[in-house]
Ligand binder design. Structure first.
Ligand code: NAD
Length: 363
């Protein structure tokens, strides 16, 4: 029986519409191959929404996203909207979308593709074979804990305060995403905290350790965040899946991403409660410097669609098919400008899409 999915497309700004167009073609090809049906509905977000409706996240967009099985987002922002007041900025639309869909888990892979190993600033022998997934808690911790603010003390001196707080429920739900993700990968989960100093981290460690009993097939380890940062650049191959809080995850996911050295190749997923729609988007921004020039690398967006299939729609074979096709086009030597190297064939965004479709056809 054909499995049918409602997908909201949010092309956004800058290179967004170009990379989204390629990705929709890829998904249509996947649908035909795997007996799936995607009902795509496009909606406005970011600068495009501001221009049309004066708000970066119109109510209809959020309602549309909530009614979907998954949301595929490209990128938002650009020079034109940089000086608007905060509530009208494109980024406010993105934050509103995450809050509106209760997306508490952010998954960011850092995979070194063999064809792009020299794009990393680290030595080949250190990064070759790296395949890490960072699962970051996204809606709690020190970014949201109360009290927060800048307060005047009795002496008149100001004091800045943020509170790092996690409840058992918040820890349990992100830990579960960590274990479930590790299960879909190599079955190794490293929980990162600062339990030697922070009480909130001690609770984090206790809850994660307790949950491990429900996942006997996942091997759990713990690292303090300072050591994790060192290990990521010293010996990144030791990691499979990392689960951590908001602040540590913010820093570690950027460090892990940079092991790969190529921003145009990095997808991400943000997930809420099971059964609720997730948002799948590239890590990069709207690249206004190359927008409309057919120079953008569409592969991070295409790989975000693969993450949507794997983590949002539970279609791992279809996801693998896309990932294999991406490796295939790189094997054939096709490169967009951002990942170009000597001896390779430089192509634009749409041609990259065309060779990808051809490769999928033959796969
Ligand atoms: P950016 O990621 O858009 O661009 C950084 C550099 O990488 C640029 O030189 C760009 O040309 C290049 N680049 C990025 N993606 C590429 C791709 N797919 N193919 C080829 N080259 C690519 O970051 P920025 O320049 O700091 O921000 C530009 C705009 O994007 C800003 O308005 C910013 O607020 C917004 N932004 C949005 C998101 C998002 O939508 N999630 C994330 C980051 C930045």
């Amino acid at each position: 029986m054909t499995q049918q999915y409602r997908i909201t497309l949010l092309p956004g700004d800058g290179i967004g519409p170009e990379i989204m167009a390629v990705t929709v073609e890829v998904l249509n090809a996947i649908a035909a191959k795997f007996a799936l049906k995607f009902d795509f509905t496009e909606a406005l977000i970011g600068g495009a929404a501001i221009d049309a409706t004066e708000t970066p996240l119109p109510d209809e967009t959020l309602a549309q996203c909530k009614a979907s099985d998954a949301v595929l987002l490209a990128a938002i922002g650009g020079y034109k909207w940089d000086n608007l007041p905060r509530h009208q900025r494109p980024e406010t639309g993105l934050l509103g979308l995450r809050a509106g869909l209760n997306l508490f888990a952010n998954l960011r892979p850092a995979t070194i593709l063999p064809q792009l190993v020299d794009a990393s600033t680290l030595k080949r022998e250190v990064v070759e074979g790296v395949d890490i997934m960072v699962v970051r808690e996204l809606t709690g911790g020190v970014y949201f804990g109360q009290p927060k603010g800048i307060f005047a003390t009795e002496t008149g001196e100001k004091r800045g305060v943020n509170s790092m707080a996690y409840s058992e429920g918040e820890i349990d739900r992100i830990a579960r995403v960590g274990f479930e993700t590790a299960k879909k990968r190599q079955g190794r989960l490293c929980s990162v905290d600062k339990a030697n100093v922070l009480d909130v981290s001690q609770l984090w460690r206790d809850r994660v350790t307790e949950m491990a009993q429900q996942y006997p097939d996942v091997e759990l380890s713990h690292l303090y965040v300072d050591n994790a940062a060192m290990q990521l650049v010293r010996a990144p191959k030791q990691f499979d899946t990392i689960v951590t809080g908001n602040l540590f995850g913010d820093i570690l996911s950027d460090a892990a991403a940079m092991l790969t050295g190529s921003i145009g190749m990095l997808p991400s997923a943000s997930l809420g409660d099971p059964g609720q729609p997730g948002v799948f988007e590239p890590v990069h921004g709207s690249a206004p410097d190359i927008a409309g020039e057919d120079k953008a690398n569409p592969l991070a967006q295409v790989l975000s669609a693969a993450m949507m299939l794997r983590y949002g729609l539970d279609q791992p074979e279809a996801a693998s098919h896309i990932e294999q096709a991406v490796l295939g086009v790189l094997d054939q030597g096709y490169r967009t400008g951002d990942i170009m190297s000597e001896g390779m064939k430089q192509v634009g965004c749409s041609e990259m899409g065309a060779v990808l479709l051809k490769t999928m056809d033959n796969g």
